[in-house]
Write a new protein. Sequence first.
Length: 444
Amino acid sequence: MKPARIESRIRLLIISFAALIILVFSGIGWLILLDAEDAIHDRYFSQTAADIAAGKFGPDLPKGISAHPNADFLKSKMQLREIPSAPGLHEIFANDELTRSEWIRTFSDRLRLWLILGYEQEFRLWIAPQDSVGNNRVVLADLSVLEVSEQETARAGKRMLILSALLFLIALGVSQLITSWALKPVRVMTRRVMHDPGEVGASRLHLDFPEDEIGQLASALADYRHRLGKAITRERHFLTDCSHELRTPIATMKSALDLLDQTAEPKALERISGRIRRSAQRMERLVQTFLLLARDRKPLASAGALDAGKLIRHVAAEIRSLNPDHTMEISIHNDGEVMLEADAEILTVLCHNLIGNAFQHAGGRLLEISIRSNPESVSLVFQDDGQGFPEFPGPASPGNYGIGLSLVTRLCETCGWSFGRSPSPTGGARLEVSIPKNAKNHHG
């Protein structure tokens, strides 16, 4: 069974609640009306019975009223088991055949009459105070004959029925207004979600909503959309990085395998196998880095301090071996041994991309790498004398630093490192990575 819409459920709830209120108030109003009718009967009959007992009426009594010397006649007239004896007004109900009757004294008697007995014939018995001789004169009124307000009661009941129907229609209209008002922000949010461009930038789903449940839902949707957009962006970067970064080591391995088929010299074979091994190691590092970025997690804590200068020299030698015909020179400067705590594989990938980009895109003759140890961080500065960045125009034509710098930027963001770029003093590119000394990397 298809569940009802929220709009239908709200409307049904409001109408049901209104119908319940109408039913309760109608019942209470009807009881008040009946009580008022009884009060009219009692007041009229008490005065009439007192006048009859005082002899103010002749032998012709009003219709439905009879006078008796005592109340014992009720046993034979309507089979009343318990006869009232106290002076005053008493309420008696009997069935239509007058074979059974009940003297109503308490509210529980009245409930029993309504719910169980169901007697319809209503009587009033008035007992006069004892006279000087000790006799009680009684007067009995049959209200089924003496309905002084029956027509007014019927008219009042009809008016109450019309009023109940009118209130029901009003409740129906109010439910429509409340439903439209309550669901308006939901419909607004639905339209925004349907027309949202789905871009990675800041979401506008939660704008203009108050700080209520709908606003919280809109904020949760905006946050979810932002996280989903970041996940899709990471996936795109993953595919782009794989296609870009793995292309070089794969090409190197293919060319090395072609050379391997053409030579049998031991030294050449050793050199070729070294190239294949280094390419395979680079591919392994790249895959680990790509998976780290795709999962949006912090890298594991480093196993210990590493020598930054030694690692950079190793990467520079590997880049040189992969580009034996390139004319760019690499100059590495550091003041003694600079130790830092960082993930060796990530730092290797980072340096490989920065040096590789200079070889592929800078177009210069010299790449200077400076390793400086500051009180709170270690700075790695890479600057060349090439064409520079497009956003920093220099004397040479703008260069293109490729996708590698995008990978470096995301690596630094993931590890909590700072990365900046600016023009070098020679007009080329200057890239600086700052790694905090006290940074502790954990799983994110």
